[in-house]
Write a new protein. Structure first.
Length: 318
């Protein structure tokens, strides 16, 4: 059964729909994309035809500044979908290490599908959906055999200097694994990337050093289109190694200390509940600043939907 909300048809928010292991992440992306005014999609099409008028550029750039950027900092720079999540799980039998995980939305959705995920980010986010540890490229070497997930890694060359996070993470991968890259690639970029000489060929993510390394040592085995914001052309690229690297990096951890399983009534479990409540309040506070005239129901519905999907088992209200 489907319910009409405004002009958009979405599944009803029933507990039976949202508690299945294969929860429908597509609905969250669909709700967020309903925030895009028709004028913005028209502007993108015009720019792709070469009609680079000031009005078209303004429509697209203002929408990204006032809507896409704040939503990306709350949810994710790439919109999750079922096909991409299933592909990541299929290509990651030993689990996933995600670097630059942000608020942990992708990591949490993958964990709900039974995938072991170690998520790291350079900063802590008060509005995180799940557990994200502090860490950089060195963290990758701790998880031999796990696939590396990079979702919109930072641009290598920017005005303030150089950031080789994606390349350094790739160099630290060990064992037989996959590279899971969500972003733009050479000659497969969105119209926003074409506005700058620095990004028009490879996109606004990573850079030529990273792509050369991938093209030399990896082979593309699958590419999946993901929901995208206007002006972007990000997709999921799945790469396999030409040959596995077995030499552990100097100073890498040879063993991992197993974490003690907490009982449902432990203080840590109660503390986790308080952290989730605080993260929810922070997301709602930040969402108040999203520019979406007459469409606030959409980001609110998307937030409720994705929050229910990500909620840990046993923590749902009865």
């Amino acid at each position: 059964m489907l319910t009409w909300v405004g002009l958009y048809r979405v599944p009803p928010f029933s507990s039976t729909t949202m508690t299945t292991q294969q929860a429908d992440a597509d609905v969250g992306a669909q709700l967020l994309l309903s925030l895009v005014p028709a004028a913005v999609w028209r502007a993108e099409r015009a720019l792709l035809r070469g009609d680079a008028t000031e009005a078209n550029l303004r429509h697209l750039l203002e929408f990204h500044q006032h809507t896409v950027e704040p939503l990306s900092s709350i949810f994710s720079y790439a919109l999750p979908c079922e096909r991409a999540l299933s592909a990541i799980a299929r290509h990651s039998p030993a689990g996933v290490v995600e670097l630059g995980a942000g608020t942990g939305l992708w990591a949490t959705l993958l964990r709900k599908r039974g995938v072991t995920v170690h998520a790291y980010d350079a900063t802590r986010h008060a509005c995180a959906f799940g557990e994200v540890e502090l860490g950089g490229p060195d963290s990758v070497s701790r998880h031999e055999g796990m696939s590396l997930l990079l979702c919109w890694p930072p641009l290598e060359d920017f005005e303030g200097g150089v950031n080789l996070m994606a390349l350094e993470a790739l160099r630290r991968l060990r064992g037989v694994c996959s590279l899971l890259y969500i972003g733009e690639w050479d000659h497969a970029c969105g119209v926003l990337s074409s506005l700058s000489d620095r990004t028009k060929n490879g996109g606004m993510i990573a850079g030529p050093r990273f792509r050369r390394h991938v093209e030399r040592d990896w082979r593309l085995v699958e590419r999946i289109k993901t929901p995208r914001w206007p002006g972007l052309a990000d997709q999921l690229y799945v790469f396999k190694q030409q040959r596995a690297s077995k030499r552990p990096p100097e100073g890498s951890l040879k063993t991992q200390t197993p974490q003690r399983r907490q009982s449902p009534t432990s203080p840590a479990r109660a503390g986790a509940g308080r952290c989730r409540a605080a993260a929810r309040r922070e997301r709602l506070r930040l969402l108040q600043h999203v520019h979406a005239p007459c469409r606030h129901w959409a980001w609110m519905a998307a937030h409720v939907w994705l929050e229910e999907i990500c909620m840990a088992e046993g923590t749902r209200p009865h």
